[in-house]
Write a protein that binds this ligand. Structure first.
Ligand code: PRP
Ligand code: URA
Length: 208
């Protein structure tokens, strides 16, 4: 199982709060945004830098700024939307594409309903975001949609994963690195992650 678990203490603390059934919609949204920002900090740790000169009020100094490919953030609707703003706080110049997928309740298969991406998606370093990696069907389908449109550099960032989902993404897309805050125990008979946090989309948007 190839997956990077980002187990920074702040992330683990906030993850425990977000799992709690007593956490309401407003707090859930705030925590998800904060965790997404903290995870993005780790995920971008190896971004390339280039030398540049900066005029300070006192002198000229040699500094570093980001170089290399521009970043694209691709939330899987709906729940991925809850992670976008946290990432954009760190990387405000990132463009945002949207992939609409829902999981059929009976078959658990992903159903595609929307796709709008930056025109230069093939040139960008893409971060696909979704709080939940359960069977893996939605993430695998989203990555396939991106690759079909020319994307070559893709990372997947989720909050909570089931081992089944990690294995499925690994086997379909071995080139895609997966970053999560936790790998949980298993999926239940309805395809929900256990212990998980319930239905992420419903908890973000207050639906049922
Ligand atoms: C949830 C979640 C993922 C998917 C994970 O979305 O946000 O996209 O399920 O399950 P999988 O790994 O088994 O595919 P859902 O289909 O409930 O749609 P929503 O975000 O619109 O509520
Ligand atoms: N989707 C969710 O929102 N939660 C799960 O546990 C599984 C899929």
């Amino acid at each position: 199982m190839q997956v990077k678990v980002i187990d920074h203490p702040l992330i683990q603390h906030k993850l425990s709060l977000i799992r709690d059934v007593r956490t309401g919609t407003k707090e859930f949204r705030e925590l998800l945004e904060e965790i997404a920002m903290l995870m993005a900090y780790e995920l971008t740790r190896n971004l390339p830098l280039e030398e540049t000169k900066v005029e300070t009020p006192l002198t000229t100094c040699n500094c570093k700024m980001l170089s290399g490919k521009k970043i694209g953030v691709v939330p899987i609707l709906r729940a991925g939307l809850g992670m976008v703003n946290g990432i954009l706080k760190l990387i405000p110049a990132a463009k945002v594409g949207h992939i609409g997928l829902y999981r059929d309740h009976d078959t658990l298969q992903p159903v595609e309903y929307y796709c709008k991406l930056p025109t230069d998606v093939a040139e960008r370093e893409l971060i696909v975001i979704d709080p939940m990696l359960a069977t893996g069907g939605s993430s695998v389908a989203a990555i396939e949609m991106l690759k079909a449109r020319g994307a070559k550099h893709i990372k997947l960032m989720c909050l909570v994963a089931a081992p089944e989902g990690v294995n499925m993404v690994n086997s379909h897309h071995p080139d895609v690195e997966i970053y999560v805050a936790a790998v949980d125990s298993h999926l239940n008979e309805h395809g929900y992650i256990v212990p998980g946090l319930g239905d992420a989309g419903d908890r973000i948007f207050g639906t049922k």
